[in-house]
Design a protein around this ligand. Structure first.
Ligand code: SF4
Length: 284
């Protein structure tokens, strides 16, 4: 018997495929089809709130392109022509494909043949009529955007009308080291953000939470607001800023030290960012 697929049930191997998995997205109000390039649970960062169990430092393994194509065609056919929604008891009002998201257990742009994979997903989804109706999304920490092979992928994503969700949790070096466990500087990240926004529609995604009772300090808030103001002045054309807090348990050793931040803090920050002329959404 299959289980019910809900907005709280995020079991990624529920359909038993290697690369493709379904998620019912509360925010989107429908089916989000995830494609996981990092089947080895490898990322070049280690965010303290990361939900990937057994996370390792590293890059995505070689892609089996034949298998990716077979899985995507099979799964899209099951959703569009088969009884997928019935088998997984998906609520009637959630029975539409909202997006195909390259998002998985690690940093997807670390895949060596990243551009080829972006092209393949775009081609298959277009052939079966999912694109351009549904969105094409890349969820990334943006740390490798300076690499030409990643930029080639972003151009292809843009050609399919896709968008980049670029992770940016803190505008201070201490904050980045603490939250993302990355040695990449804030400046390097901003440079990559500028490149991304030139090549493809780009949204900033920022996770704010309480770490060891620190809350969201005035210093962090000021640094964040100064940064988004600065990038706007420098011509960075962000489509939107997505603010959210932790909703599901971290799988990292710091999990016990993390708590969601209050709606009030997120909404206040959203108001300050809107005042700077950005479109902002808050996801609690
Ligand atoms: S960038 Fe994403 S996958 Fe990598 S550690 Fe952070 S949350 Fe996890």
């Amino acid at each position: 018997m299959t289980s019910k697929l809900t907005t709280t049930n995020h079991c990624s191997d529920i359909v038993g495929l290697k690369y493709v998995y379904p998620v019912i997205s509360r925010r989107m109000g429908g089916l989000s089809i995830g494609v996981n390039f990092n089947t080895n649970n490898a990322c070049n960062w280690r965010c303290v709130y990361c939900q990937v169990a057994d996370l390792k430092i590293g890059a995505a393994p070689e892609m089996d392109f034949k298998l990716l194509e077979d899985e995507l065609r099979f799964f899209l056919d099951d959703v569009l022509q088969g009884d997928f929604y019935d088998r997984f008891q998906v609520d009637e009002d959630k029975r539409s494909i909202k997006d195909i998201a390259i998002a998985g257990n690690g940093e997807p742009t670390s895949l060596k043949e990243f551009a080829r994979a972006v092209e393949l997903i775009g081609k298959v989804a277009t052939e079966v009529g999912v694109f351009p109706r549904s969105n094409y999304v890349l969820i990334t920490n943006g740390s490798l955007v300076h690499q030409p092979r990643v930029q080639a992928g972003l151009k292809i994503l843009s050609a399919y009308g896709g968008e980049v969700w670029f992770k940016f949790d803190s505008a201070s070096e201490e904050g980045r080291a603490l939250v993302n466990n990355t040695a990449q500087s804030c400046l390097a990240s901003v440079n990559n953000l500028m490149i991304s926004s030139k090549l493809c529609a780009t949204k900033l995604q920022t996770c704010i939470f309480d770490y060891d009772g620190r809350g969201f300090s005035e210093k962090e808030k000021r640094a964040y607001l100064d940064l988004v103001k600065d990038i706007k002045t420098r011509g960075c054309n962000l489509q939107a800023i997505l603010l959210y807090t932790i909703a599901r348990p971290s799988q990292q050793p710091e999990a016990i030290r993390l708590k969601p931040i209050s709606a009030e803090i997120l909404n206040n920050l959203a108001a300050d960012i809107r005042f700077l002329g950005f479109d902002v959404s808050v996801n609690l």
